[in-house]
Design a protein around this ligand. Structure first.
Ligand code: ADP
Length: 483
């Protein structure tokens, strides 16, 4: 099977694919094998400047269009993504490693944002406030902000491009997008679609390449009004600091450290099914992956057994191989951290119920088997840091209060999961959890109509839903006075 996506320019600026100012190419590698699957041109700072300028020029004209007109190219892009979903999924698997079926799920999920925000563009609601006198009206309206720089990570290289670009342009803004250097090909294919969908020149722009010089231009340019970032805590903080000088709005979706709380009264089979999904999807490399499984003491043995059963059904391997359900980790550094976390947990008294290394016959530098650890102390690294791998540590608790305390003992506040059949407890504990998102008796949270995002160290800002559009709009109030 052909394992090349194909070389692409990687720079879509002002409505066309640009020849680079210099020809340094960035190699894109298959995490299953390390072989090159494509390459893109690395943008220079002047290429990035050109993209920002094109976006700034396009902004007034685009903002002046009606929401219906702005929705048109989004609707066409949605249709084109559906048409090419297989091709997009294959490219995603080749550069990101996730199994083909999962990759297709991601592509289709991303497409939902294109369509949803094409419609939501019609609903940037305002308000009329009580006036302070008979000859006065106070209106609140929302207006587009300007040029938005979007920076996306490697773990969802297709859907997160759509989830940022769609609401930004639907609201009347223009965009410069920088995808992760490990996975630019999915973004390139989406921008080919955006081109065909008929966005006016300059409304959507793409630059690929070394993050540091590109980030330096995006954070310092006075034309960029907002940075929308998904990625690591470290880089998020750096961008926030760098945006202080020009006072940009910065929306951050950073790491997570999701607690997955299972009470003894829960449907344990359901909890194990959802836990296996949350933990092993994308080999555990999602920011909302269950990172700490907090289980009520009386049922922790049973939950461990049920999860290990599901782990045994997982097939690890090359994402293009039929039947594979968990692919490789993104790189050696990711794998090193996962191994360290497991070794640390075992050295502190944790016990392996399954996994703990690469499955037989697979490259130990690339793959790691689904792993379940029991008896993990709450201060183990796997219980205090984001593991970003297919490792589920089980930690026992004895009371509702202890469960909430353990769950909230984290600098992060992105996603939390809670399993119980007690309606009162569902509300009580759900509301007590210091997290931006809480799923009760479910393992998924990324619905297109819902505001995805975190609090505390997980950042600020929402993607999806009405809130996802408002994130890219300024509030303006008008005081209109008359006789
Ligand atoms: P991860 O650890 O998941 O790779 P990163 O925060 O390093 O997360 O990457 C997320 C995104 O941030 C990627 O697109 C990456 O290229 C980008 N990035 C990394 N460093 C910088 C930087 N200094 N300036 C701007 N973007 C950056």
């Amino acid at each position: 099977m052909d394992r090349i996506v194909r070389a692409a320019s990687g720079q879509y600026v002002d409505g066309g694919w640009r020849e680079p100012a210099r020809s340094k190419r960035l190699s894109v590698r298959d995490p299953s094998s390390g072989s090159e699957v494509g390459s893109v041109v690395a943008a220079t700072p002047s290429d990035v400047q050109a993209a920002v300028q094109a976006a700034a020029r396009a902004f007034p004209g685009w903002a002046a269009l009606s929401p219906d007109e702005r929705g048109e190219p989004l609707r066409r892009a949605h249709a084109l993504v559906l048409e090419r979903a297989d091709h997009l999924a294959r490219a995603l698997t080749l550069e990101g490693g996730k199994p083909l079926e999962e990759a297709k799920g991601e592509v289709l999920w991303g497409a939902e944002f294109l369509l949803w925000y094409a419609e939501e563009a019609r609903r940037p609601w305002g308000e009329i406030l009580a006036s302070s006198g008979p000859g006065q009206r106070l209106y609140v309206r929302r207006r587009p902000r300007g040029v938005i720089a979007c920076i996306t990570p490697w773990n969802f290289p297709s859907s997160l491009v759509a989830r940022k670009v769609a609401p930004a342009v639907a609201g009347g803004n223009t965009v410069v997008l920088k995808p992760a250097e490990q996975t630019p090909l999915s973004a390139v294919l989406l921008f080919e679609i955006f081109h065909e969908a008929g966005f006016p020149p300059g409304v959507v722009n793409l630059v690929c390449g070394d993050p540091e010089p590109i980030g330096a231009v995006l954070t310092s340019s006075p034309d960029v009004r907002q940075i929308s970032f998904t990625g690591s805590v470290e880089v998020g903080k750096l961008l926030l600091r760098r945006c202080a000088d020009s006072v940009k709005k910065v929306t951050l979706e950073l790491g997570g450290h999701a607690p997955f709380v299972v009470f003894a009264d829960a449907d344990l089979e359901l909890a194990a099914d959802k836990l296996a999904f949350s933990k092993f999807q994308n080999a555990g490399q999602t920011c909302i992956a269950a990172n700490r499984v907090l289980v009520e003491r009386g049922v922790s043995g049973e939950v461990g057994r049920l999860l290990a059963e599901r782990a045994a059904e997982v097939r690890v391997g090359d994402g293009l191989e039929p039947g594979v359900t968990v692919g490789p980790l993104i790189d050696g550094a990711a794998l090193g951290r996962v191994r360290e976390h497991v070794a640390d947990a075992v050295s502190r008294g944790g016990r392996l119920l399954c996994g703990g290394s690469e499955p037989p016959g697979l490259d130990p530098e690339r793959f790691f088997g689904p792993t379940v650890l029991t008896g993990v102390p709450p201060d183990a690294r796997v219980a205090t840091e984001e593991t970003f791998g297919p490792v589920a540590p089980l930690i026992a608790f004895s009371s509702e209060e202890e469960a909430v305390e353990l769950a909230n003992a984290s600098e992060y506040g992105l996603a939390a999961y809670l399993f119980t059949r007690d309606l009162g407890r569902a509300h009580r504990v759900g509301e007590a959890l210091d997290y931006g998102m809480v799923a009760v008796n479910d393992g998924a949270l990324g619905w297109v109509q819902a505001p995805f995002g975190g609090i505390k160290g997980s950042g600020d800002g929402r993607e999806g839903g009405r809130q996802g559009l408002e994130e890219y709009l300024d509030v303006q109030y008008l005081s209109v006075n008359f006789d």
